[in-house]
Design a protein around this ligand. Structure first.
Ligand SMILES: Nc1ncnc2c1ncn2[C@@H]1O[C@H](COP(=O)(O)OP(=O)(O)O)[C@@H](O)[C@H]1O
Ligand SMILES: [Mg+2]
Length: 511
């Protein structure tokens, strides 16, 4: 066992037929093996991945490196930017002696490069606002965001059903609120006759939670124009894949919203992208930084749904990468779905840390060259243990890797640069302005007025425009697709119950 045998191992395992990206070179016994490149085949990016490591060990830079090289190879990327530190990828990197040193050790030239970037945000701050309508979100996920119990979720499902049957589009939270008020007041008799009684206390609780959600800044998020996920896959003139950055700083303290949003987005992507099977390279790769937020407060059904959709989405050519500090943050079932592992250093401060290091080390295939438990605490910044799948899906030997440096800026864009970016953006022109067309709120207000003046009564205008709440939410569609059905059976059973699907109107009280 010497550097020559290790070099020979790298050469025999990390040469692929199809396109690949270069992660770096091995570091063994404190020696950097210049020119022996550790690569990852593009073909395997739909097998998902994990980037883990303590704060400051190089996770975000690894994410940046992967995103850059995917883009360079014509793959589009979506990054969930929780801390707001990813925008620099839109600007060329600044030369630095440390970058030169790193790249010389690796044995590759360093060229500063900027990448095509689209900036999005949930509130419209520092990014084009991304929106979804209340009906696209659907009763199940909306109830989850609101943190409702089963009884309350039942009322939400009933509200959606009522809106469906009365052609009342539920677009924004105002529509939802108005409909909720209506079925509890003016429309109470009508609703009770059709579906059974709704407790005013329950309606009141839901209303309070909606107002809370609005106060937390969700007002911008719900409404039209709703985001078309097909806009994620685009290319510049040179064929670089677009990197979309969704700024989520506004919800970093709202893990429930974040995890639900993730699920909705994944469902939307799943529903819109065609089935492609295993292809030479992925269509889109998602990176979710600070992913512990997704799992922190997620309920079991939500976790099950995430697990299912991660499984299903592979055949659509979508890869999902989670970035988190401690790999044990990720539930085992989901961890088991992640083919590529890039593990930066962990810190051994507490007993819990040491336990997690032991667990993490045991999760790697034993290596003749690398002692995982020792390396986990001694890896340098921008170095990582990497576990890559070859093109047949078989793990390559574990390597301790000196990672290449990003070509784009390792710092964020200035406010001026962000403003300039947005002013040129086609997406900003498409989604920048909220549209408030006639929907449940206006229609019910009119109806109430007309009831007050019965002599002038006119039939309520029926909306035939675009999507009304009649259509099932993407999440429900996915959960009910044939592929979804077999895998999500357990989860949907609960949902179908809540939704009352299959049965027409329920005459008996739901509560
Ligand atoms: N691949 C790399 N190339 C160059 N510098 C790196 C690399 N990885 C990490 N660094 C250095 O380490 C710092 C911390 O890395 P970062 O990715 O922000 O850590 P984390 O996301 O794990 O907290 C960076 O600001 C950078 O100076
Ligand atoms: Mg980071």
């Amino acid at each position: 066992m010497n550097t020559d045998t290790l070099r020979a191992e790298v050469e025999s395992f990390f040469e692929f037929k199809g396109e690949s990206i270069t992660l770096g070179v091995p570091v063994w016994n404190n020696e950097v093996l210049t020119g022996s490149f550790i690569k990852a085949p593009l073909k395997m990016f739909n097998r998902h991945g994990l980037i883990a490591g303590a704060t400051g060990t190089g996770k975000t830079k690894t994410l940046q490196v992967l995103a850059e090289q995917l883009s360079q190879n014509g793959v589009s990327v979506l990054m969930m930017d929780i801390k707001g530190d990813l925008s620099g990828i839109a600007a060329a990197g600044n030369p630095h002696p440390k970058i030169d040193e790193r790249m010389q050790q690796i044995g590759l030239p360093w060229q500063p490069k900027q990448f095509p970037v689209e900036l999005y945000s949930l509130t419209g701050n520092d990014g084009t606002p991304i929106r979804a309508t209340v009906s696209e979100f659907g009763p199940v996920l909306l109830s989850k965001i609101l943190g409702l119990n089963d009884t309350q979720s039942g009322v939400v499902s009933l509200l959606f059903k009522y809106a469906d049957e009365n052609n009342l589009p539920l677009l924004d939270l105002e529509d939802f609120r108005k409909t909720l008020q209506y079925i509890g007041n003016e429309g109470k008799a009508e609703v009770t006759a059709a579906y059974g009684a709704i407790s005013s206390a329950t309606a009141g609780t839901i209303l309070r939670k909606v107002i809370e959600l609005e106060q937390q800044g969700a007002t911008t998020f719900f409404g039209e124009p709703s985001f078309d996920v097909n806009d994620l896959c685009r290319f510049d003139d040179q064929g670089n894949g677009l990197i979309s950055i969704l700024r989520c700083t506004d919800i970093q303290h709202r893990p429930k919203f974040f995890s639900t949003l993730m699920l909705q987005l994944l469902a939307e992507i799943y529903d819109n992208f065609p089935e492609v099977g295993d292809t030479e390279k992925p269509e889109l790769v998602l990176f979710i930084d600070e992913a512990h937020l997704v799992f922190e407060e997620a309920s079991k059904p939500l976790l099950d749904s995430i697990e299912s959709i991660i499984k299903l989405i592979r055949s659509k050519g979508i890869g999902v990468f989670f970035i988190t500090q401690d790999p044990t943050d990720v539930p085992d079932k989901i961890l088991g779905q992640l083919g590529m592992r890039i593990q930066h250093a962990l810190r051994a401060f507490t007993a819990k840390d040491r336990k997690s290091i032991k667990l993490t080390a045991e999760n790697f295939v034993p290596s003749a060259y690398f002692k995982t438990d020792e390396l986990l605490t001694t890896l340098g910044t921008g170095q990582a243990l990497v576990n890559i799948l070859n093109e047949k899906g078989i793990p390559c030997p574990l390597m301790a890797c000196q990672m290449v440096a990003p070509q784009s800026r390792m710092d964020i864009l200035s406010p001026q640069e962000i403003a300039a970016q947005l002013s040129q953006s086609k997406m900003s022109a498409k989604y920048g302005q909220a549209v408030n067309r006639e929907s449940a709120h206006e229609m019910l207000s009119k109806k109430i007025q007309e009831v007050a003046k019965p002599q002038e009564a006119k039939p309520v205008a029926q909306s035939t425009q675009r999507k009304s709440s009649q259509e099932k939410s993407t999440f429900e569609k996915v959960a009910n697709s044939s592929a979804g059905r077999t895998i999500i059976r357990e989860v949907t059973r609960g949902f179908l119950g809540v939704l009352g699907l299959g049965s027409s109107r329920r005459r008996k009280s739901l509560f």
